[in-house]
Design a binder for this molecule. Structure first.
Ligand code: OXD
Ligand code: MN
Length: 596
């Protein structure tokens, strides 16, 4: 290896962590097989029944380490205000010093694996290279799925290439010493005392969102928490959309959607480009182009079954890694709302004995799989992987879709009036937390562009970056907002969701291409009667009315809430967003006297 910067850094990190040996990950199948064998021998992973789950592995993380820890995740910029009010901040020298104490000698008696990886297709001008040093084989085996990793990345890096320096150690897995640190100004990530994917697969959230969003701001592009999908119409035209939803709103399901019967029979097809992250750039044609920097999925298992997502089920059949699902003695796995009835008994996510019907001390059912249990699976195994998913140029976007989980006031779909209004709509996104995730049912959290936990710099500057990109994109995609989760008075979801969401996407694309009209409301443009294809759906007129109802009083309260949220950003907030808020208020209440 002749990259001096890499060798110097590796040398310094090895001196600090004191591993017994250093192993370079070359990306070969022989090495992967050997490391897998070693991980099994060490008990780090378990092989699943090769008949049922060929090539699949099982892993259990520590009981206190089963989700991203936002409270222990820091953006370490020299100036606190560059991290902004929505991020935890630590002064870089202090951060290196504190984590340095935990890293010191942390790899004694262990191996340090060196994983060169590329986010984005190898050799694409839009890709970014990172090198992760880790003492976890679980991390190595996962990174070999979710990124393109190995020797070919080093060839691409060359002697002078820049790369993200990503250091990870499970150390003691002590949650009191857990830190997930990002140094955007140094292109560096340090993660210590965790083994949970979102905290330790450093190419994913840490590099591809937090560090990359900062790079994008400097370099004139955007890193977004978005799925990318192609929608092929009966004439064979494929249009692409990117969609941002907060965690637990069904991004993976939407990205792998199966068209509902009337669409299928007409020849509609869906092509998955990505389910979680999109890097967006302005193409020479003046359109916005998207690449998926990842090479695989890291999806939530519970709720995934052949009804909700048959394509995901097909993707994870083989060569996948499962974490914190229920494991049976004969090497089978199961999760809540998965495939078929639960097994008669097994070992639950926390390592304890489990059988159906057990209850927790609080009287709630004891889950076999953790609600955030995960699968890691290669993108190439997705039966509807887009032929374009590795195109180094990416795919051109016709629409950007924002969404959240709202049981009360947000219409099924609306189109924003223009880019600026679209940015406002993204910046004021919110979602109800789900019981499974956070235990506080119905609580609402602001999550601008679904990037709240992932924006690597001051979100006020991020909003400005969005506005500025809009000025530079000659043929911008239209921006829409959707909500699949509106409930009726009885608490039942009104919209059937899942496959049927294609009906909404079809309307979005027809609008994006200027093929149909729409009706203006204070929030944006909504479908004219008859334009949303509802063929074969059991929806009454009153259901439809409820799906699109806009309660002006509730929305005036919501606009006041937007102002309240924006206050956190002080003078750094782009003025345009406050103007949009005022415009919304006056559309909601046209006769209200507004101060100059
Ligand atoms: C994820 C998340 O894991 O958004 O994708 O939390
Ligand atoms: Mn995500």
């Amino acid at each position: 290896m002749n990259n001096r910067k890499l060798m110097d850094w590796l040398d310094r990190m090895a001196k600090m962590c004191e591993p017994e040996r250093i192993v370079w990950i070359d990306g070969s199948e022989e090495q992967r097989t050997e490391l897998e064998r070693e991980a099994v021998a060490r008990g780090e992973v378990t092989r699943l029944d090769p008949g049922k789950w060929p090539g699949c592995l099982y892993h259990r993380t520590a009981v206190n380490d089963v989700a991203r820890t936002e409270n222990l995740t820091f953006i370490c910029t020299r100036d606190r205000s560059d991290a902004g009010p929505t991020n935890n901040w630590m002064e870089p020298r202090e951060a290196y010093r504190r984590a340095g104490e935990y890293f010191r000698g942390a790899m004694r008696g262990r191996t340090m694996y060196v994983i060169p990886f590329s986010m984005g297709p190898l050799g694409s001008p839009y890709s970014k290279i990172g090198v992760e040093l880790t003492d976890s084989l679980y991390v190595v085996l996962n990174m070999l799925i979710v990124t393109r990793a190995g020797r070919k990345v080093l060839d691409e890096l060359g002697p002078d290439g820049e790369f993200t320096r990503a250091l990870h150690s499970v150390a003691e897995l002590d949650e009191n010493k857990r830190l997930i640190l990002h140094f955007p100004e140094d292109n560096t990530i340090w993660s210590v005392n965790s083994g949970y994917g979102g905290n330790v697969l450093l190419g994913k959230k840490c590099l591809s969102l937090r560090i990359a969003s900062h790079m994008g701001k400097q370099e004139g592009w955007m890193a977004e928490h978005m799925l990318i999908m192609g929608i092929e119409d009966p004439a064979g035209n494929v249009d692409y959309i990117a969609a941002a939803f907060p965690s637990a709103c069904g991004k993976t399901n939407l990205a792998m959607l199966v068209p509902p019967a009337p669409f299928r029979s007409r020849g509609y097809k869906i092509w998955t480009v990505g389910d979680d992250i999109a890097w967006l750039r302005i193409g020479e044609d003046g359109r916005l182009w998207a690449i998926n920097p990842e090479n695989g999925f890291f999806g939530v298992a519970p709720g995934t079954n052949s009804q909700s997502n048959p394509n995901a089920m097909a993707t994870i059949r083989s060569n996948s890694i499962f974490a914190n699902v229920l494991l049976t003695d004969d090497g089978d796995i199961w999760w809540e709302n998965g495939e078929g009835p639960p097994p008669p008994e097994g070992t639950s996510w926390d390592g304890s004995y489990w059988k159906p019907g057990m209850v927790e001390p609080d009287g709630l059912p004891k889950p076999g799989a953790h609600p955030n249990s995960r699968f890691t699976a290669p993108m190439s195994q997705c039966p509807i992987a887009s032929p374009e998913w590795e195109n180094p140029r990416g795919v051109p976007l016709s629409a950007i879709v924002f969404g959240g989980r709202c049981s009360t006031k947000v219409p099924l779909v609306y189109e924003t009036f223009n880019w600026k209004h679209g940015v406002y709509t993204g910046a004021t996104m919110f979602s109800e937390l789900t019981a499974a995730q956070f235990g506080k049912l119905g609580k609402v959290r602001h999550d601008p562009m679904a990037m709240l936990p992932f924006c690597g710099y001051n979100m006020a500057d991020y909003f400005r970056h969005w506005l500025e990109m809009g000025l530079r994109i000659k043929r911008p995609p239209k921006i829409f907002h959707v909500n699949w989760f509106r409930k009726d008075a009885g608490g039942k979801f009104i919209w059937p969701g899942f496959s049927e969401n294609l009906r909404v996407l079809e309307w979005i694309l027809r609008r994006a291409k200027g093929q149909i009209g729409a009706k203006e409301t204070p929030l944006g443009m909504v479908p004219l009667s008859g334009d949303l294809n509802l063929e074969g759906l059991d929806l009454s007129d009153s259901d439809l009315e409820q799906l699109f109802a806009i309660d002006r009083e509730l929305w005036l309260e919501e606009a006041a809430e937007h102002r309240h949220f924006f206050k956190r950003f002080n003078a750094r907030l782009p003025r345009e967003l406050l103007d949009e808020c005022a415009a919304l208020e006056s559309r909601l209440s046209p006769d209200r006297l507004r101060p100059g």
